[in-house]
Design a protein. Sequence first.
Length: 382
Amino acid sequence: MKIPSVLLILLLAQTAAAAPPTPNEQARFLAGMPQAGSSLADLAARPEFNTHAKELDASWSDAEQRQLKPIRDWAPLNLAEAVNDSSPLLYVFSGPDFLHAQTFFPNASTYVLCGVEPVGTPPDVTKLSPGELPSSLWNLRNSLNASLSFSFFITADMKKDFSTQATKLNGTLPVLYVFLARGGCHITSVENVWLDKTGAVLTEKETKTPGARIQFLGPQGKPQTLYYFTTNIASWSLKQDASFLRFCDSLGAMHCFTKSASYLMHLPEFSVIRDYILNNCRTMTQDDSGIPWKDFPRDRWDVKAFGWYPGPIDLFKKHYQSDLAAVYKHNEVPPIPFGIGYQWRPGLSTLIYGVSKMTVRKALPVEEDTVPQAKKALPVEE
């Protein structure tokens, strides 16, 4: 039976209206960005969204002027080997801090973030009740506050903010959505993933290394990929399960970044990840809480200091580095026009940049049917 054209149009309209919001629409909503033409436009007409948008606009404007723009202007001139290259970026002890990963390294083809914070599930604001929306948006802003104000997340706060009990917008994905949207990215796909023991990415079978894969177009329209994995990278854990390192191997030579890392790589309990970075990465960009100054092998690494070294904050004062202090005392160290890390105030921040002298490996070509799922799903340029 032929369906009348008017009825067909009505059916198509109803189907379109029933289609769930896209991940990009969800991200722009959580980021408090304009909703014209979005399937979430009606929800955005609520006063709590207006409050959310205004407060995020103000916080973002402050962070942009105080820190993000100065980083974008400075980094390409001083960290050229890393910033201007499209090799993947490994950000250890990152939590959901895509904000600084993208700001420092906008050209990375793939971003690999890791932390102990849970991944969560792709957020859906349409499943929030009218009473849950205000508190969920407030909790999200609260989660973002430390990163936008001080450049780092506070671990104790993340445990509470990202818990399933605190809000239906749980895990790191809502924060990653906000950073992607506010960073001018267009999300094309999001999925929960897991790693098997070989480092291959699984999309159905759950393992002890859960993660998320977000594919997106960067601000210039370039396809890029973001991975976040919930994993413990202490030495004992990596010796038991090296799936995360095997996944990193599959991406070839990477740049590395860390900050506000609790000085964990100063401890023998984190020697495996420290040695992995020194043996496999092209560059290392960090504050003083990353790899100790003395542990960069000078026969294999060129290391340069920027900014100033006031020493660690009181919580980590036992990790004071006298050799690093001597570098600043006896040399003319170039300043940096922004704050970063625990000593987040401009003029007090330390930045260390190492470039490997060694020829590090590239990802080896393999037959199509042996490529890990992670590689099959990445853009062609990867």
